[in-house]
Design a protein around this ligand. Sequence first.
Ligand code: ATP
Length: 239
Amino acid sequence: MSEETLLKVSNIDAFHGSFQALWDVSLTVKTGEIVAIIGANGAGKSTLLDSISGLVHPTKGSIEFEGKDITKLQPFKIVNLGISQTPEGRGIFPDLTVLENLIIGSYNRKARPFKEQNLQRVYRLFPVLEERKPQLAKTLSGGEQQMLALGRGLMSNPKLMLLDEMSLGLAPMLINELYKVLREIRERGITILFVEQNVRRSLTEADRAYIMETGRVVLSGHVAELREEERVKKAYFGA
Ligand code: ATP
């Protein structure tokens, strides 16, 4: 695995109106890693992802991607640089077909020339999406919709995928399947930063993790170390 830093978030604060959702948050992701952000409802995980993708602008600190300052860039420019975000709740268009939803993912300048190639890549990872391509997205099952959301993210030809609560509401077998695909995506050279409420799952699937509480990072490290941390065992494993 490369040791190159792909994403560097340094000491950011972020607000929703007058409410401060992030306090001095720092995080790094290296090329080829799978990194998890763990925390309870309202800990600030989505706000952190939104700050990286440009939907929320931090009031303090900086965010660098491949050494370039992206702190104040607009979301579409950040997508062009190679960051895709799959939001919680999937964010697909229910009244468009599966294929139309996928194509929307390739509308940025950098990805357009690779549309066909990326489509084939998505179909290889998720054969069910090829079978269902003329179907309206709203007719897919919850798991298939999640696959569609991931597939759409891949259509933008990302270097880094930001995934919010991918497994929410899905059956365990399906969740296993999705995480298997994540590992395949990583093997194809795409780095992954994912948000997850399920601590056990995160500490199994990721290489490293950041644990957030009320807008702050309270612990971070390699997952094997975190699994042995007394604070983690007490708070999450009832030890
Ligand atoms: P969840 O797992 O529930 O999505 P989270 O860890 O992703 O939680 P955030 O969604 O980042 O947490 O929210 C962090 C805090 O910011 C919460 O207290 C939330 O109520 C608040 N917040 C989020 N979005 C807004 C908004 N648009 N306006 C006001 N407050 C907000």
